[in-house]
Write a protein that binds this ligand. Structure first.
Ligand SMILES: Nc1nc2c(ncn2[C@@H]2O[C@H](COP(=O)(O)OP(=O)(O)OP(=O)(O)O)[C@@H](O)[C@H]2O)c(=O)[nH]1
Ligand SMILES: [Mg+2]
Length: 237
C-alpha cells in the first residue's frame, strides 16, 4: 500500500460465518442460507433428522456415539461433551473466518451445552465471535434454569453474547401459532448480523483512514507503514 492509496482503493472483506447449534440454531441458519452473501452457514446438531432438514453450506453431525442421532433430550452436559468429541472437525471448519456468529436456542441440551465449546475454539483462533442466545418461552419452565446456567458458561468465554426473548413475540403477535412465533423470532437475527458486520467494516475503515491521514500529513512520498488490524480482518487494496 503506498502513500497515495485512497479510501476507494481499500476493500475490507471479512470472512463471516453464521453457526447454528441445536434445533433452534439450525432453524435460524436455514433462514440465512444463501440469503446474506457472502456469509457462510454452518449447522451443528446432535439430531440427525433435524440436521438433514437444515439448509446450510456445511453440516457437522455431533455425536452419533453419544446420542445415537436423537438429540440430547435437554442435557447440556451431553451437548458440551458431543462438541468436545468433535472439536477437531469443528475447528477445521472455523479456521479462516474473521467473524463468527453463534446462534443457539437456550434451554435445550445441544445448543446450550455446545456453544461455549465452539466459542472456545473461536477464541483460540482470534476470531471475533458473537453469540445470539434465544431465551425459552416463560411457559417452558423446566428449560429456564438450564438456559440460565448455559448462558453463564457462554458469557464466560464469549463476552459479546446477546439474548433475545421468545416471549416478546407472543406479546407482539398474541394470536400467532407456535411456528409463526418461532419464525418471526428467527427472522430478526439476520438484520442484526448484517448491521453488526457493516459496523465492524466501517469502524476498521475509519481506523485506516485515520492512520492514512496522519501518515500523509507527515510524509509526501514513500511507503505506507503496514497497518495492523485487530482480529485478522483481511484488507485488500
Ligand atoms: N426462536 C426460536 N426458538 C426455538 C426454535 N426451536 C426451538 N426454540 C427454542 O429453543 C429452546 C431450545 O430448543 P432446541 O434448540 O430445540 O434444543 P437443542 O439445542 O436442539 O437441544 P436438545 O434437542 O435438547 O439436544 C426451546 O426451548 C425453544 O424455546 C426456533 O426455531 N426458533
Ligand atoms: Mg434438538
Amino acid at each position: 500500500m503506498d502513500a497515495n492509496t485512497t479510501e476507494a482503493d481499500i476493500q475490507i472483506e471479512p470472512r463471516v460465518a453464521v453457526v447454528g447449534l441445536g434445533g433452534a440454531g439450525c432453524n435460524v441458519v436455514s433462514t440465512f442460507y444463501k440469503a446474506l452473501a457472502p456469509v457462510d452457514t454452518i449447522a451443528i446438531n446432535t439430531d440427525r433428522k433435524a440436521l438433514d432438514e437444515t439448509a446450510a453450506d456445511k453440516k457437522i453431525y455431533i455425536c452419533k456415539a453419544v446420542t445415537q442421532g436423537k438429540g440430547t433430550n435437554g442435557d447440556a452436559g451431553l451437548g458440551r461433551k458431543c462438541a468436545q468429541v468433535h472439536e477437531t472437525e469443528i475447528e477445521k471448519e472455523l479456521i479462516g473466518y474473521d467473524i463468527v456468529f453463534l446462534i443457539t436456542g437456550l434451554g435445550g441440551g445441544t445448543g446450550t451445552g455446545a456453544t461455549s465449546e465452539v466459542a472456545k475454539i473461536c477464541n483460540r483462533h482470534d476470531i471475533m465471535t458473537f453469540t445470539i442466545g434465544i431465551n425459552p418461552f416463560s411457559f417452558e419452565t423446566s428449560k429456564i434454569p438450564v438456559a440460565r446456567e448455559g448462558l453463564r458458561h457462554i458469557r464466560a468465554v464469549c463476552p459479546n453474547t446477546f439474548t433475545i426473548e421468545n416471549d416478546k413475540i407472543l406479546q407482539i403477535m398474541p394470536n400467532a401459532t407456535m411456528s409463526e412465533a418461532l419464525n418471526a423470532v428467527n427472522k430478526t437475527i439476520m438484520p442484526f448480523v448484517d448491521e453488526t458486520v457493516a459496523k465492524i467494516v466501517s469502524g476498521i475503515k475509519s481506523e485506516i483512514e485515520m492512520v492514512q491521514s496522519k501518515y500523509t500529513k507527515r510524509n509526501s512520498s514513500g511507503k505506507m507503514p503496514e497497518i495492523r488490524v485487530r482480529n485478522g480482518i483481511r484488507i485488500t487494496t
